[in-house]
Write a protein that binds this ligand. Structure first.
Ligand SMILES: *Cc1c(COP(=O)(O)O)cnc(C)c1O
Length: 222
């Protein structure tokens, strides 16, 4: 068994049945993804468009590709034909662009709203109030080529477990709030993407349905 296969098996053994593993393969070569694929991994997360396009062209077609990084509107067109889930919708403008490009491809693209939950300044995402205001406009209800599946967030990068817990708890509470207010009749609003290599076991406790694990599977990025 390869190291990558072993790492995947270890992570998977800790996941509850309702939580899926996104193998975050950014900065790792195609060979590493191929190894993960042979170990049964089918969902891969990438954060750069060019890198994603190169890998998508080189690897099997039954892979579900997720985009997890900051996405520029002028690059949406390149991934729209095949992307399985965009975790990182961080503005109304980006969602509008995804709607437009998905329509061009005759697709419905699944999206998550990225929330800024960390105390760090540097992370992208809606603040809870910006997100509430956007949902209240109901503009997204007219968009028939996107489907809002849930929320995504990143906790502060810290050893302070209580801070990580409070941030994941706040994302779970926010998910429940907007589900009740705006998606009560949408069973497909069912995803909470949170948790990375160092904090995914905590994220699971707060209802993560997608964990985004990179270095624990593929090793350190160069
Ligand atoms: C890189 C990245 C991850 C994975 O990080 P690891 O610490 O390597 O598990 C998860 N989510 C996002 C948004 C990332 O950019």
């Amino acid at each position: 068994m390869s190291a990558i296969a072993r790492n995947i098996a270890i992570v998977k053994s800790t996941l509850p049945p309702h939580t899926r593993l996104v193998g975050v393969s950014k900065f790792h070569p195609v060979e590493a993804l191929q190894e993960a694929y042979e170990a049964g991994q089918r969902i891969f997360g990438e954060s750069r468009v060019q890198e994603l396009l190169t890998k998508q062209a080189a690897l099997p077609t039954d892979i579900e590709w997720h985009f997890i990084g900051h996405l520029q509107t002028n690059k949406v067109r390149q991934i729209a034909p095949f992307i399985g889930l965009i975790h990182s919708i961080d503005s109304p403008r980006l969602l509008t662009e995804v709607e437009k490009e998905a329509a061009r491809c005759n697709r419905v693209i699944d999206c998550l709203l990225q929330l800024h939950i960390a105390s760090e300044e540097t992370k992208y995402g809606f603040s809870p109030d910006e997100c509430r205001d956007f949902l209240a406009t109901n503009a997204w209800r007219e968009m028939s080529h996107i489907r809002i599946r849930g929320v995504m967030g990143m906790a502060t990068y810290t050893d302070d477990e209580s801070l990580i817990r409070s941030e994941f708890a706040s994302l779970q509470a926010f998910y429940r709030e907007i589900k009740a207010c705006h998606f009560a009749d949408a069973p497909s609003f069912d995803e909470i993407s949170m948790g990375m290599s160092h904090d995914y076991p905590i994220a699971i406790e707060y209802g993560a349905t997608l964990v985004r694990v990179g270095s624990l599977i593929f090793g350190d990025r160069i």
